[in-house]
Design a protein around this ligand. Structure first.
Ligand SMILES: Nc1ncnc2c1ncn2[C@@H]1O[C@H](COP(=O)(O)OP(=O)(O)O)[C@@H](O)[C@H]1O
Ligand SMILES: [Mg+2]
Length: 420
């Protein structure tokens, strides 16, 4: 079996092209690595000062900022690594509280990476950058050495002054040496920095992600379930309420038509009943529509809608909403239904003297808390209300927490990603 000319040429070009790619690739990567190393050094110095001054208390305040800085530099490095290989998915920002951050394995790995990258990483990437610069300088030396002032014609490391062409030869030889060092050393340097970065900066894929995937799969199933239940509820209320009333209206209209000539007075009465039935159908249709997405939310926003709910509550209820942005409509609706159910429960079961609703936006999450000073003892699953709320909330990847010891008080907390 003979090889074609083209194949031979490809085979000859292949290793050369691959070799050039292997040496040039790292050269492109190193400036980025040097950049993040310089940033890492800045953050490391800041952290060191914070640690030293935390002995007198001041630094304790600066440490969380330092850790967030480390996370920001790590994010840059992740983006850089992502450009030269598979994407590196990082953990979320470090926890706010210092104690939690110190215990957080992802934060500890980020700090370990920062220390190494700010010291050895900085040195290695600087060397990796200087080698090709020296190589180019020395190799091009014959082209421009004569333009230099007599006493300054030296090689890069200023060992000697070049006075004639005989002195240029060794400089070029040194240039060849630098070029060889560049080709030999830069790939492993870039490789070393990238491998360490990928090892320390990727989210703990084994633990966190599989847990997260399981969680998302469960909430996705719950979301579809909640969706189906919701559709069934709407279908039932349309069928049992509105549709039945409209059937009644048509029957009555038929009877009225038949009666109109025979007995106009009876027809008049039947028409009146038909009108009543039509009005009831309309009212039910409105209430079904309100149950899908309360129009009051659109008109008055979450704060206005919740104030309206509290005003109709049998137990006096104080509302405190401080949310500077609008969240996604479905999120606001879920918060609204959760508060509506909680306030209905307060009126029906708690025997409370007063209730309170508080809504805040924390770290892009809508936090809703409903409290009452009643008898407590609420149990999720004893009825259908709280279970339905949990389904709705989890469908949005949110959380619901209920604390209700016997004797009270009862607190229902719902947290939802705002999604604005
Ligand atoms: N705020 C509350 N205070 C005291 N008990 C409560 C409160 N909310 C709920 N409960 C108790 O928890 C049970 C479950 O509530 P829920 O799931 O809403 O079902 P229900 O359809 O009965 O309202 C209720 O039956 C009630 O006994
Ligand atoms: Mg209820």
């Amino acid at each position: 079996m003979g090889t074609t000319g083209e194949q031979r040429a490809g085979a000859a070009r292949g290793p050369l092209a691959r070799y050039a790619g292997r040496s040039l690739g790292p050269l492109e990567q190193l400036p980025g690595a040097l950049g993040t190393a310089v940033l890492a050094l800045g953050v490391l110095l800041f952290l060191l000062v914070a640690v030293v001054t935390s002995v007198v208390g001041v630094g304790l305040l600066a440490l969380p900022a330092g850790l967030r800085g480390a996370h920001a530099v790590a994010e840059r490095e992740r983006a850089r690594l992502g450009r030269w290989g598979p994407e590196v998915v990082g953990p979320p920002p470090p926890p706010q509280r210092l104690r939690d951050a110190a215990a957080d394995p992802a934060t500890r790995r980020e700090v370990r990476w920062l220390v190494g990258h700010a010291t050895a990483g900085l040195l290695l990437s600087a060397v990796g950058m200087l080698l090709p610069i020296y190589a180019v300088r020395e190799l091009t030396f014959p082209l421009w050495w004569q333009l230099l002032p007599d006493d300054q014609a030296t090689d890069a490391l200023t060992f000697w002054v070049v006075e004639d062409w005989a002195g240029v030869g060794p400089v070029v030889a040194i240039g060849v040496g630098w070029a060889l060092l560049t080709v030999v050393l830069t790939p492993p340097i870039a490789e070393l920095l990238a491998r360490r970065g990928r090892r320390l900066l990727a989210a703990d894929a084994g633990a966190d992600l599989s847990l997260r995937v399981a969680q998302l799969t469960a909430t996705r199933a719950a979301a579809l379930d909640a969706h189906a239940t919701e559709l069934r509820r709407i279908e039932r209320s349309l069928h049992d309420g509105t549709q039945n009333r409209l059937v009644g209206v048509t029957v009555l209209l038929g009877a009225a038509r038949r009666a109109v000539l025979r007995d106009p007075a009876a027809a008049e009465e039947i028409l009146e009943r038909a009108q009543d039935a039509a009005e009831q159908a309309l009212a039910e249709l409105r209430s079904v529509a309100r149950g899908i997405l309360p129009p009051v939310l659109e008109d008055r926003g979450l704060a206005g809608a919740l104030t309206g709910l509290a005003a109709t509550s049998a137990v006096p209820c104080q509302v405190d909403v401080d949310v500077p942005v609008r969240c996604a409509a479905s999120v606001e609706a879920t918060a609204y239904f959760a508060v509506a159910e909680a306030l209905t429960n307060v009126s029906r079961h708690s025997r409370a003297g007063r209730a309170a609703v508080e809504v805040r936006l924390r770290e892009q999450r809508l936090c809703v808390r409903v409290t009452d000073d009643g008898a407590g003892g609420a149990v999720e699953g004893a009825g259908s209300g709280l279970v339905g709320i949990r389904r709705r909330v989890e469908a949005h990847d949110g959380t619901l927490t209920l604390t209700s010891p016997p004797g009270g008080p009862t607190t229902l907390t719902v947290e939802l990603p705002c999604g604005s």
